[in-house]
Design a protein around this ligand. Structure first.
Ligand code: PMV
Length: 321
């Protein structure tokens, strides 16, 4: 029984990779994203005061309406915690523990995964039942503290899992998969700020809207083709879409030399396509493999350029029905 109530008070927020369309999604274009099994597990219990603990970061914060004070990471977490708690006025105090199994600031949607897990855990404590889409929406209050103007793609895929097509202002569409996607994710270990990268691309857009819009539209077309490729199990087509997307991200100045080298190593080792994933300017890249055995060979090739690559399977059963 005790075990059961513990299980009921635990919630997961998944990490993600963006397969196609990052940055375009901020500007109203569609993007294709896949949830991965690595993410954030949050556990909650009633406490004497609101408290959020983040492990393995060793951070413990109380909610604060203020962004100032304390180390930057702590102040942001405290502010984000306050932002989600605002939606549960007059509720008993909650002690949330978030166990984070994702690198932060690496393009794998770590902040969204924490937000989704924290909201999911609070929902369980306060006996609030809602759909994954509604959890994603509620966790946007958290994400806005971290990213200013997030599109919402990270939160949507974190809460729903599987593969989704996301477009701002529209219902998120779960994409059925004809077969598993074997992805290899490599971390350049170069720190990058999503907020800054989004601001940089927005500045490029302000300087030359027609040129940037052309690239956003091209990524939108790739997203459409990518969705069909997923549904038909046409991995070669999905890989080609990812490779074309990478060239657009290069135009938008988001591909660092190290990320470029990692993508090239992946393709030389047999990847069907490889690209930067997420905000770029550092962080992670993702490669698509034909199958599990190919993924392992690609993982080793990426590791020789920059360490800590991992394989993530996105199985057909992971997409919401
Ligand atoms: O770097 P990440 O994981 O936060 O990826 C964000 C994706 C962007 O399109 C660059 C921003 C957004 O809000 O959609």
């Amino acid at each position: 029984m005790a075990e059961k109530s513990q299980a009921q008070r635990t919630a997961f927020g998944g990490g993600k990779v963006i397969l196609l369309g990052e940055h375009g999604v901020v500007h109203g274009r569609p993007g294709l994203a896949a949830g991965i099994r690595r993410g954030v597990m949050a556990t909650v219990e009633a406490g004497e005061r609101h408290l959020l603990e983040c492990e393995p970061w060793g951070l413990k914060v109380e909610p604060s309406p203020d962004r100032e004070g304390g180390a930057r990471g702590e102040a942001t977490l405290a502010h984000a915690f306050a932002a989600v708690l605002d939606a549960y006025p007059d509720s008993p105090k909650a002690h949330v523990r978030a166990q984070i199994d994702l690198p932060g600031g690496a393009g794998l949607g770590c902040s969204a995964a924490i937000g989704v897990a924290v909201v999911g855990a609070l929902d369980r404590l306060y006996a609030q039942v809602r759909s994954p889409e509604a959890v994603a929406e509620a966790s946007m209050a958290w994400e806005r503290v971290f990213h200013g103007n997030p599109s919402g793609i990270d939160n949507a895929v974190s809460a729903m899992g599987g593969v989704v097509v996301f477009r701002r202002g529209e219902e998120v569409r779960a994409v059925p998969l004809a077969r598993s996607l074997w992805l290899v994710v490599g971390n350049s270990e170069q720190p990058s700020s999503t907020k800054d990268m989004v601001a940089n691309v927005t500045a490029l857009h302000t300087a030359d809207a027609a040129w940037v819009d052309q690239r956003f539209d091209a990524m939108a077309a790739l997203t459409e083709r990518g969705e069909v490729a997923c549904a038909q199990g046409d991995l070669a087509l999905l890989g080609r879409c990812m490779a074309e997307n990478q060239e657009i991200l290069r135009d938008l100045e988001l591909v660092t030399p190290r990320l470029d080298a990692m993508c090239r190593a992946a393709v030389s080792a047999g990847a069907l396509g490889a690209k930067v994933t997420g905000a770029g300017g550092g962080g992670c890249m993702v490669a698509l493999a034909e199958d599990e055995a190919a993924a392992e060979i690609i993982r080793q090739a990426i590791d020789r350029v920059a360490g800590s690559a991992f394989v993530a399977e996105v199985a057909p059963s992971m997409t919401a029905q």
